[in-house]
Design a protein around this ligand. Structure first.
Ligand SMILES: *Cc1c(COP(=O)(O)O)cnc(C)c1O
Length: 374
């Protein structure tokens, strides 16, 4: 018997994450300073400056999660009761929770069959006189059609929010970085993302007024330069210093993380023509490969066959579209048929990892080959 291969690395173990001596030193630096709250230390502010530099935005505001970052964005856009926000049903619940928290309504537009990103035509058709904003998600690390969405938002005077939680350093077809055409872009540092500090979020913008409102909403509406005055409604979404210190180091690693993912995803893509029945559900140009999404004929069968080979795979990414969750309407079918078909039938999502090299990638390709033959 050949020796049993090591399981593929995951984000829940050291070999599937990129923590090193620098992160350890950062944690100890903060602990030794005795200042652990972001309101009084230097780490969260430094992370904001460094994030702005990395993403090319004029302003960045740190906060406690990607969901919090989206809440800063939605609150800064002035969204409240009676307003509608158009977005995709194929995303993390964090995309829509902030809209609900503001007492506004989420209106779901269908996605493109090809890559699961919002269909701009469906977005335009979902706009009503009550619509105030569009939240575009760059799903799995592949850019949404942000130019078309920008044009639609400009024409209807809507705020465009980019959810970049899965798309660190992704670019659109023309090579423009995601997060630079919307009014606000939101990032997550949750355990499963490209880089992590456990939890954490960042919102970037070119607009100083949106930045000011987001900063106030992040810290109880309290501009700490002018005494104890609460200018606006705000929550406590501050990022702790320990988190910010780790995030600062992780930020220096994200380019390498994305480069490694691009190399291994390209290797898998090159093997796909030899695997009948599986094609890439993404445009490779500019993709940052949070996951590798595939089109298959029966995602449940493929996922089961891959699990047998020790390769993790998610049929459909979600179990149900966001609108079919009890927290929303719970209505299950018919609203966004393309999203439903992807989830129920044709989308197979491979979790990806920067620790995947040639060996791991070839193993995954082999497992796909076996699944195709089964
Ligand atoms: C992870 C994620 C979020 C939420 O981020 P958290 O840090 O988990 O709150 C929002 N949108 C998308 C697309 C995500 O993948």
């Amino acid at each position: 018997m050949p020796p049993r291969e090591l399981p593929l690395p995951t984000v829940l173990e050291p070999r599937g994450r990129t923590f090193g001596e620098e992160e350890r030193a950062a944690v100890l630096r903060v602990l030794d300073s005795a200042v652990l709250c972001g309101a009084f230390g230097t780490e969260a502010r430094a992370l904001e400056t460094e994030t702005a530099a990395l993403t090319g935005a004029a302003h960045a505001v740190s906060c406690s999660s990607g969901t919090a970052a989206l809440h800063l964005a939605v609150a800064a856009a002035g969204i409240g009761p009676g307003d509608e926000v158009v977005t995709t049903p194929l995303s993390d619940f964090g995309t829509v929770a902030p809209v609900l928290a503001q007492g506004a309504a989420v209106v779901f537009a269908d996605v493109r069959e090809q890559d699961g990103n919002l269909d701009p035509q469906a977005v335009e058709a979902a706009i009503t006189p009550r619509t105030r904003a569009v939240i575009a998600v760059h799903l799995f690390g592949g850019a949404a059609d942000i130019r078309a969405l920008r044009e639609i938002c400009d024409r209807h005077r809507l705020t465009l929010i980019e959810d970049c939680a899965q798309a660190w350093l992704a670019e659109d077809e023309q090579g423009r970085p995601v997060g630079t055409l919307g009014d606000i872009a939101c990032y997550s540092l949750q355990q499963y993302k490209h880089i992590t500090a456990g939890d954490g979020g960042l919102a970037t913008t070119g607009d100083p007024e949106l930045a000011r409102r987001m900063r106030l909403f992040m810290d109880k509406g309290w501009d700490r330069t002018e005494g104890r005055i609460h200018r606006t409604m705000g929550l406590n979404y501050r990022m702790p210093e320990l988190v910010a210190a780790v995030a600062r180091v992780q930020l220096t690693r994200v380019a390498e993380v994305v480069a490694r993912r691009r190399a291994s995803a390209a290797r898998l893509a090159a093997a796909l023509p030899g695997i009948p029945g599986a094609t890439l559900a993404a445009r490779p140009a500019g993709h940052s490969w949070w996951t590798v999404p595939l089109h298959v004929d029966d995602n449940t069968r493929w996922a089961e066959a891959l699990h047998t080979e020790g390769v993790p795979a998610l049929p459909g990414y979600l179990e149900r579209p966001l609108y079919a969750n009890p927290a929303l309407s719970g209505r299950t079918t018919g609203r966004c048929p393309r999203a439903e078909r992807l989830i129920d039938r044709t989308l197979l999502v491979l979790p990806w990892n920067e620790a995947y090299g040639a060996e791991e990638t070839d193993r995954i390709a082999q497992a796909l080959g076996k699944a195709a033959a089964s």
